[in-house]
Ligand binder design. Sequence first.
Ligand SMILES: Cc1cc2nc3c(=O)[nH]c(=O)nc-3n(C[C@H](O)[C@H](O)[C@H](O)COP(=O)(O)OP(=O)(O)OC[C@H]3O[C@@H](n4cnc5c(N)ncnc54)[C@H](O)[C@@H]3O)c2cc1C
Length: 262
Amino acid sequence: MRIIVCAKQVPDTNEVRIDPVKGTLIRDGVPSILNPDDANALEAALTVKDANPGSTVSVISMGPPQAAYMLRECLAMGADDVYLLSSRAFGGADTCATSTTIAAGIRKLGKFDIIFAGRQAIDGDTAQVGPQIAQRLGIPVVTYVMKVRELKEGSVIVERQLEDGFEVIEVSTPCMLTAVKELNTPRYMTISGIEDAYKKTITVWNENDVALRPESCGLKASPTQVFRSFTPPPKGKGEMLSGSVPEMAAQLVQKLTEKHAL
Ligand SMILES: Cc1cc2nc3c(=O)[nH]c(=O)nc-3n(C[C@H](O)[C@H](O)[C@H](O)COP(=O)(O)OP(=O)(O)OC[C@H]3O[C@@H](n4cnc5c(N)ncnc54)[C@H](O)[C@@H]3O)c2cc1C
C-alpha cells in the first residue's frame, strides 16, 4: 500500500498572538512543531505500514524552507520519503490555494491508497484543508477518524467521532481520512531513525515542479479576504460563591436573575 500523510509545521502554542497593527500572526520567538493532529495522522499511516509489509509512507507539506526540520522528524518517526512544497509563489495562501498546491503535489506523487491528514491545524484551525484536497483529487473523505478498524481490498472501515459516540463507515480507496487525537498515541523518534533521517533527502518542489501556474497558487489564488484580526479582550475576573450547595445555588439564581439571564 502507498500511504500519504499531509503534515503542517505550526507554532508551538495554543495562544496565537496577533500583531494589533498588521493583523497578522506573530510567529517570531515561537518554536515550531509538527501539528499535533498530523502526528496522529503519521502514526496511523505507520501503523498501517507496520501491519502491511511492503507498504510505504510519504509525507508532504507546504511551507517555508524551515518546515524541513519538521519533515526530518517525520522521517525519524519512520516515514520513507518526504516532500516540501516551497516557493515564494505559495506565500499568502488561504486554505483554497493551500489545498490546490498540496493536491498538485500529491498528483505528482502518483498512485496511492490512503491519504491521512490531521483534522485541523492548531494555528489556522479551519479543518478545511483535508476535505478540500479530497475534493480536488475527486476522492471520498472521512473526517474525525478515531479508529481504523479494518483494511480490505479496495476499502477501509473506520470509526468517525461524533459528539456523543461514533459512526462506522466503510469507504472505498483511494480516500482521505482526517485524524483526531483519539486515533492513537504518536510514537517517539528512535535514535537510529534520527540518524537515518539526516541521511535522507528532502525533495523540494516549486510551482513548476507540480505543474501550477504562479497565478494558481499563493495569495493570487486566495479568494479569502481578511478584513480584521484581533485578540478578544480577556474576560473579567470570575467570582467564587461560598456556602452550602443550596446557598450557592440560591446566590447563583439571584445573580442570573439580576442580569436578566433567567
Ligand atoms: C488571506 C490569507 C493569507 C494567508 N497567508 C498565509 C501565509 O502567508 N503564511 C501562512 O503560513 N499562512 C497563511 N495563511 C493561513 C493559511 O491559509 C492556513 O494556514 C492554511 O491554509 C492551512 O489552513 P489551516 O491552518 O486552517 O489548516 P486546517 O485546514 O485546519 O488543516 C487540516 C489539515 O490539513 C493539512 N494541512 C494544512 N495545511 C497544510 C500544509 N501547509 N502542508 C501540509 N498539510 C497541511 C494538515 O494535515 C492539517 O492537519 C493565510 C490565510 C489567509 C486567509
